[in-house]
Design a protein around this ligand. Structure first.
Ligand code: FE2
Ligand code: FE2
Length: 278
């Protein structure tokens, strides 16, 4: 099965006619199926798709990697462009009341910025599952990602508003895509809030014995210590992960270390990047 991965929205852009915006949206074409992971933060997805000649009406399914605004805020403008009804696959906690809590700053809402009813009235049909969902032959979601490493944890500034005040957000909704290509598995991350290595371990749990060829997306190492970044590098080596195309919340320090480690097998995956595999 041929795979084509086009980044439609990311914090940076590789061409001056493309809009860069904090967030992520990646189109996976697997054979004749078009699966869109995330919608970016606002209008960049729709605008960039037009510039790149991608007809969003051809999108078969949308997957939400988690409920944060920078991955879901483009849903309204996306739904105005697509064929209806449009299936949107996500974890039920994508609707949880997600906030950011940083020192000396008031809590800020960072969750999905629409009401379910509004998106339904625009043609969205949500398929909410904690389990892996097959999107087309050879492509599935990870479902919930168990936290199995001892060096990855969830950002303490990400919280949920509850009846008892703000509590840590376990980000159970965090998921990734797994696609099978001839050279091995391709993993497409949203933010990897539950840990990039935990996510890759989950992919291998679902596909025992399969090699991981390529990891694309946000690795959420932006606030990680050098120690954690180097532990990540050694886990990637141990797992035999061949290539990386990360960006978004990976952070400059991790990008520097990973790009030096991977050399020609590292791509900073900005808006407009196209990766083709068979
Ligand atoms: Fe996020
Ligand atoms: Fe993000």
């Amino acid at each position: 099965m041929s795979l084509r991965i086009t980044t439609l929205s990311e914090n940076t852009a590789g061409q001056t006619d493309l809009l860069a915006e904090w967030g992520l949206s990646i189109l996976l074409e697997a054979g004749d199926q078009r699966i869109l992971l995330d919608s970016g933060e606002s209008i960049s997805l729709v605008q960039n798709a037009a510039v790149l000649g991608i007809d969003l009406k051809s999108v078969d399914k949308v997957v939400l990697s988690h409920g944060h605004f920078d991955h879901t805020g483009g849903l309204r403008s996306l739904l105005q462009q697509v064929k209806h009804p449009l299936e949107i696959v996500a974890h039920p906690d994508v609707w949880a009341p997600k906030y950011s809590q940083r020192r000396n700053r008031p809590e800020r809402f960072i969750g999905l910025p629409f009401q379910l009813q509004e998106l339904q009235s625009l043609g969205a049909r949500f398929v909410l599952s904690k389990e892996p969902v097959e999107l087309c032959p050879g492509v599935q979601t990870t479902g919930e990602i168990p936290m199995t490493t001892d060096f990855e944890g969830i950002d303490a500034g990400l919280v949920l508003r509850t009846a008892n005040g703000y509590e840590p957000d376990p980000l159970l909704d965090d998921l990734a895509l797994i696609a099978k290509a001839s050279a091995g598995l391709v993993i497409i991350l949203g933010c990897a809030h539950r840990g990039m290595i935990n996510t890759l371990r989950r992919a291998r749990e679902l596909h025992p014995g399969e090699k991981i060829d390529l990891v694309v997306g946000g690795a959420h190492l932006k606030d990680a210590s050098d120690e954690q970044i180097w532990q990540t590098v050694s886990s990637l080596n141990e797992m035999g992960v061949a290539r990386l195309a990360v960006s978004h919340c990976t952070g400059p320090r991790a990008v520097q270390i990973l790009s030096q480690t991977y050399g020609d097998n590292f791509l900073f995956n900005s808006t407009g990047s196209v990766i083709e595999l068979d």
